[in-house]
Every structure is written in C-alpha cells, then in structure tokens.
Design a protein around this ligand. Structure first.
Ligand code: TRP
Length: 453
C-alpha cells in the first residue's frame, strides 16, 4: 500500500479542517435555519450544541483519525476488529453521498450568481430577486450544468492530492473569505432593516422554540462543523504528530461559529429591508436577499455593487468548494485505499456517482417537483434526512465509541501528543464525550423524531 498522505504543516491542518467546516452550512444554511426556527432562541441552542456536543465529537474524530492514520471505515476496522462498529464508517460514507449530491446543486447556484453579478443582470434595479431565483432553479438545463461544472472543479482539486490540492486550496481561500465577510457586515449595518434584523437575532422568544427546532439546531451544529460522518476523521489522518488536537478543534469551532453568526448579521438586516422576502423563505433566502444588499449599499456607485456582489459569490463558491472536497475526500480516501484504485480513478468513480444523484436534486426544483416524500421534494428530503437523522446517529455512535469502547489511555495519549502536553481539560472532555453528548443527542433525537411522525 502507498504511504498515507500528510498535511505539510500544523497551520495547514487547521486551515484544511476550517475549510471543511466553513461552507454553505454557515452562509447559506445557518441563516435559513435561523429564519425557519424563529431567530435568537434558536441561535442560543445552537451555541450550546457546538460547545457541549460539537467540540467533544470533533476531538473524538481527531483522535480516531490521527491514531489510525487511515480512512474512516478502515479506522474502525483497526480499532475494533470484527465488531459492528464499522457501521459508523458505512453510515458516514452514505451520509457523505447524500450531502454532497445536494451540496453541489447549491454550489452551482453560487457559480451562476457570480456570473450574473459580473454580467450586470443581478444589479439591475428592476429585477425581482425572488422571481429571478425561482426562474433559475426551475430551469432544468442551467442548474444541472452549473452543478456539473462545480463537481468538475472539486474533482480536479481532489485529484491533485492532499497537500497539492486540499491544503493549498484552503490556505489561500480561508483568509480572503474572512476579510470579505467583515466588509459585508459593515454594509449590512447601513440597511434600513437593521433594527428589526438585530432584534430577530438577539432577542430570544422561547415560545417559538419547538422540539423540532431544537433537533434542527443540533443537526445544524453537526453539519456546520462537518461532524459525525468521519469527514474530520479522514482529515485528521493527515495530521502530523505535533498537531494539538484539542486546541485545533477549538480554533476550527471558533472560526466556524464566528462566520455563521456574522452571516446572520449580514442576511437578516437585508431580509427585513426587502418588502417581499420573509425570514422563512427556505433555500433561496441568501440568494434572494443578498443581491438587494449590494444594490442598496452601492446605490450611487453601481460598479462597486457589481464588484462586491461578484466577489461575494466567488467567495461563497470557494467556501463551498473547500467543504465539498472534504465530503468528496472522505469517500475517495476509502475507495482509493481499500479498493486499491489509483486516487484519480477513485475520485472519478465518486464524482460520477454523486453527480447522478445531484441531477435528481437539481431537478427537484423544476421538472421533478412533483416527486415528494412526507411533503418534501428530493432536495429537502436529502437535506433533512442527512442532518436530522444520519448526523445525530453518527454523532452518538462516535461519542460512545471513543468514550466507552476505546481505551482511555489511548485517547489520553492522542490528546496530549503522547504525554508531552498537559491537558487540564482532559477530564472535562471525557465527561462530555461519555455522558453529556450521547444523552443530549439521543434525547433530542428521539423527541424530535417523535414530533415529526
Ligand atoms: N461543514 C460544511 C458546511 O458548513 C459541510 C460539510 C462538509 C459537512 N463536510 C461535512 C456536513 C460532513 C456534514 C458532515 O458547509
């Protein structure tokens, strides 16, 4: 077998993991979930989920990945030979497929919006952004074409390997992304809807907090941190021996949460400034409101509006790309290593099969909108099933595996880099992994599912 790949530096490892975490989940999905679930109270629950479940599970995945230096199915096979624990790996691969197949659809939208910004269509004062978005997603050719193009780009990065593709891509894109988000927040503060936007984001109304909203907050936390399906476990297998697992996890979670909350501060002042868009507009939310922000903010200098909007969608696209490659990589690494295929062949197999599912997701906004299960189209179904069902199950199993099955000493050695670091919080971490995370996840999951039925 070939030597297992590695990231070039500790910083590179953090950037790559943050690149996986920060993506459409932060800028597109987080505002959509906040909007659907009533605002500030949802955000509070979300933050608790990050702290009490997200962080411990992230460290758990890091421990598994770095210790075994292998893809997720192989990792469980090595740590628990002959047991059914490898089910976690299989579930993870399935989840990656489901998520990636609709992720590329939204990523395709970001490409189309980049194009429309620079061509000027998007900045036309008379454009109704709701109608613009609706027409685009219902067009079978355009949306499939853009999704396929995005898939091709992700495919190219993956084929270039861990250091030359994934790490390089993340190191360049993450800092630029943070800068632009900062600039956009400044823009949003000049919107007329700023007061109402801030009230929505900061003043909790707990009466709106249903059980299903709590389950959504947890699903969103896992989703945003790229957890519970072995994605970060695969990345951790490329970590070097000096990478500090706990502090890296804390950095990744902090960057991710920061970007998500700032995105809320960009989107909601805009939502309350636009007359016909509601906070619960669903998947189109960010695409229907942000063009308006750029239009308003640069009213007197339209070319700056073009530029800003174009840049924003390029960056959204780049954020999506680093996350999509992490989803792709966790499947590709398995196919490449365990099925003994070359990296390129494995990547091609994964790209083609995900794209086939992607076409169905894409068409579910138009031609196939009649195909519904539980009242959801295929796109919404994939999104809900993966985040509300697959991720919580994966999360519980990973916590139980590291907390109860793995030898505590092994976990301690990984977390302290073989005893060279003093980790005062190790006891707290283990308590969260063994008790708090599994119990919280299971109770939310059971209640949430009962409410949905
Ligand atoms: N975290 C990414 C985002 O916020 C999406 C993502 C990448 C993901 N890898 C994942 C979600 C693994 C769940 C599991 O956009």
């Amino acid at each position: 077998m070939e030597k297992h790949a590695n990231f070039g530096s500790r910083m590179g490892a953090i950037f790559a993991a943050a690149g996986s975490a920060v993506g459409l989940g932060n800028v597109w999905r987080f505002p959509m979930e906040v909007g659907n679930n009533g605002g500030a109270a949802f955000i509070l629950v979300y933050l608790l989920c990050i702290l009490l479940m997200g962080l411990p599970i992230m460290v758990s995945e890091f421990v598994i990945g770095r210790h075994t230096q292998s893809n997720m199915i192989e990792a469980f096979r090595r740590l628990a030979p002959g047991r059914w624990w490898r089910f976690i790996g299989i579930l993870g691969i399935l989840a990656a497929f489901v998520i990636l197949s609709y992720y590329i659809v939204v990523s395709g939208w970001t490409l189309y919006y980049t194009y429309s910004s620079f061509s000027g269509v998007l900045m036309d004062k008379d454009t109704d952004y709701g109608v613009f978005f609706g027409n685009f997603v219902a067009n079978p050719w355009l949306s499939v074409l853009f999704a396929a193009f995005f898939m091709l780009l992700a495919h190219i990065v993956i084929s270039r390997g861990v250091q030359g593709g994934i790490e390089k891509c993340s190191k360049v894109m993450m800092p630029v992304l943070l800068l632009i988000i900062g600039l956009l927040v400044l823009c949003a503060f000049s919107m007329p809807g700023i007061d109402e936007g801030l009230r929505f984001l900061l003043k909790p109304d707990f009466s709106k907090l249903t059980v299903s909203a709590v389950l959504s907050a947890m699903g969103q936390a896992f989703y945003s941190l790229s957890l519970a399906m072995g994605c970060l476990c695969t990345y951790a297998s490329y970590f070097g021996p000096k990478t500090r697992l706990m502090s890296s996890a804390a950095s990744v979670a902090a960057i991710d949460t920061f970007v998500a909350v700032l995105s809320g501060f960009i989107v909601f002042p805009a939502v309350f400034s636009v007359p016909d868009v509601e906070a619960n507009a669903g998947p189109g939310l960010v695409f229907q409101t942000l063009p308006y922000v750029f239009n308003m903010a640069f009213d007197s200098v339209p070319w700056l509006g073009y530029l800003f909007s174009g840049m924003f969608y390029i960056l959204l696209f780049l954020a999506a790309l680093t996350s999509a490659i992490s989803l792709h990589e966790s499947v590709t690494a398995y196919v490449h290593e365990n099925w003994h295929m070359s990296r390129k062949k494995a990547a091609t197999l994964v790209s083609v099969s995900t794209m086939s599912l992607g076409v169905i997701c894409s068409l579910s906004f138009g031609v196939l909108s009649g195909w519904t299960v539980f009242g959801m189209n295929v796109f919404d179904l994939f999104d809900s099933v993966s985040s509300k069902i697959m991720l919580p199950i994966g999360g519980v199993l990973i916590a139980l595996f590291v907390g109860w099955y793995l030898d505590r000493k092994l976990v301690y050695m990984e977390v302290t880099n073989n005893g060279t670091l003093s980790e005062r919080l190790f006891g707290v971490l283990m308590f969260l992994i063994r008790w708090v995370a599994p119990i919280a996840i299971m109770s939310m999951f059971v209640k949430g599912v009962m409410e949905m039925l």
